[in-house]
Ligand binder design. Structure first.
Ligand code: GAL
Length: 459
């Protein structure tokens, strides 16, 4: 009998993920608010503005989560609201977050709370941001206030979102504030400080809350050599994988700096060892890389823009899996990469949450297949006894996508930021069906993504 249904375990967490600045609206006291005012920083001169209006009314979207049947949601707290002036904490902001977490709890939706998601209070940015080692103690103090005021409503904590992405976009690519380009040593120092702050927060959370489950959301890319048989391309792909993906894992599990992170510091990583109760995997697309002697800032690896892949036959690349290129140069849709990364994380023998996975796809012609193709390796990982606890789709509604502004649309719901009107996309209906049936099945593929049916459910 051909298999027609892949069931997920009872109690599997099905959720969506958001971050404060991208959805709350009117965050005026962080470094992004300043950055958005500078010419040319954000595509189309967009600003977060009112965003998804969550500060006023997140409850409407919580009801939508309920309509989708979700039992989990990952959201972040805005440090600049909670500690608007250094050392002074705002009880009204904390009250609003209490109401948010209660709103989720009342609906039976378990919150995962991220404590830092790309934004810094202006007072921190003015003192060098994450380059300044003092941030570690400042972050720990803020975390203590948070756990003391909100700890009765949340015990699943994600300390920092994507330290590697933060460090690269802000200090190598220059696309995020402070907009520095090519400063690899500074970027690595920032990454180190973030990992140390994670460990400090880990200690604080466990001291104050017996049942705390503390982890971090780690963005992993699947790096492939553009020319599969070229040893230099393979070398840079491997090197980028070590620095971007593996160094974070090695630091937090073994308490050791990788070769790159060891440069320029005498600080030990020993205190970082064993500071993951779980690991969050944020996975989007695969990245192709080729050796390029002039690309020093990116470790001699030239990142190949996805649009170039279409021309890539000149390099002998054939796209053997016939995978698709997502809109907006967002990368190559590559569910196999998720499987390979899960195999790697599975070996850590700690619980895994897929803390983000999604696609910018305004017309929703790719997202249904994307969703099913990425849930399949997750299901498979569970069959291999990897401790995969939940899946948080990025994102519930379209939201403010950092330097890409509003043009990249990741929502299961389409959102018009001007009118705040939301419309459920077909992928939202599909996700609701997956959640309700706690399974991936043939009928869903037939209805929402027939072209991938043979790949998902071979007969
Ligand atoms: C992640 C980030 C999110 C969101 C997403 C979509 O790297 O954590 O905030 O922007 O990418 O690109």
């Amino acid at each position: 009998m051909p298999v027609t249904t892949h069931f997920f375990p009872k109690g599997f967490k099905w959720g969506t993920a958001t971050s404060a600045h991208q959805v709350e609206g009117h965050n005026t006291n962080n470094q992004w608010a300043l950055w958005e005012q500078q010419d040319g920083r954000i595509v189309n001169g967009d600003v977060a503005g009112r965003a998804c209006d969550w500060w006023r009314n997140c409850e409407g979207d919580f009801d939508r989560m309920l309509e989708l049947g979700l039992n989990a949601h990952r959201l972040s707290l805005e440090w600049s609201r909670i500690e608007p002036t250094q050392g002074q904490f705002d009880s009204a902001a904390l009250d609003r977050y209490r109401a948010m977490l209660l709103g989720l709890r009342h609906r039976g939706i378990e919150p995962m709370v991220t404590l830092h998601h790309f934004t810094n209070p202006i007072w921190l940015a003015e003192q060098g941001g994450w380059e300044n080692e003092a941030v570690i103690a400042w972050f720990a103090r803020y975390v203590r206030v948070v756990v003391d005021t909100l700890g009765d409503l949340c015990d699943l904590w994600c300390t920092i979102n994507e330290p590697n992405v933060y460090a690269v976009l802000a200090y190598v690519a220059g696309a995020h504030p402070p907009g520095i380009q090519g400063a690899m040593p500074r970027s690595l120092a920032v990454l180190r400080h973030m990992l140390m702050a994670h460990a400090a927060a880990y200690q604080v959370l466990h001291e104050r809350q017996v049942l705390a489950r503390v982890g971090l959301a780690h963005h992993m890319r699947y790096f492939s050599p553009l020319r599969p048989n070229n040893p230099l391309d393979a070398l840079v792909a491997n090197f980028q994988d070590q620095v971007f993906n593996q160094s974070v894992i090695t630091a937090l599990t073994k308490g050791q700096w990788s070769l790159a992170l060891r440069q320029g510091t005498s600080q030990s990583a020993r205190g970082l060892r064993g500071t993951l109760d779980w690991i969050g995997l944020n996975y989007y697309t695969r990245q192709f890389t080729m050796f390029d002697i002039s690309s020093r800032a990116t470790l001699f690896g030239r990142v190949i823009e996805p649009a170039m892949l279409r021309e890539a036959e000149i390099f002998g690349y054939r796209n053997p899996l016939q995978t698709e290129i997502s809109d907006f140069n967002y990368g190559e849709i590559y569910p196999d990469g998720l499987w390979k990364l899960l195999q790697r994380l599975g070996r850590l023998e700690i619980p895994i949450y897929i803390a983000e996975n999604g696609l910018p796809d305004a017309d929703d012609d790719q997202r249904p297949a994307f969703l099913m193709q990425h849930l399949k390796p997750i299901w498979l990982g569970i069959q291999f006894c990897y401790d995969i606890m939940g899946y948080y789709h990025w994102s519930l509604t379209d939201n403010f996508e950092w330097s890409e502004g509003w043009r990249m649309k990741f929502g299961l719901y389409e959102l018009d930021p001007a009118t705040q009107q939301r419309i459920l996309r077909p992928s939202g209906r599909l996700f609701a069906d997956i959640v309700k049936s706690n399974s991936l099945n043939r009928a869903q593929a037939e209805k929402f993504a027939p072209h991938i049916l043979p790949r998902l459910f071979p007969v």
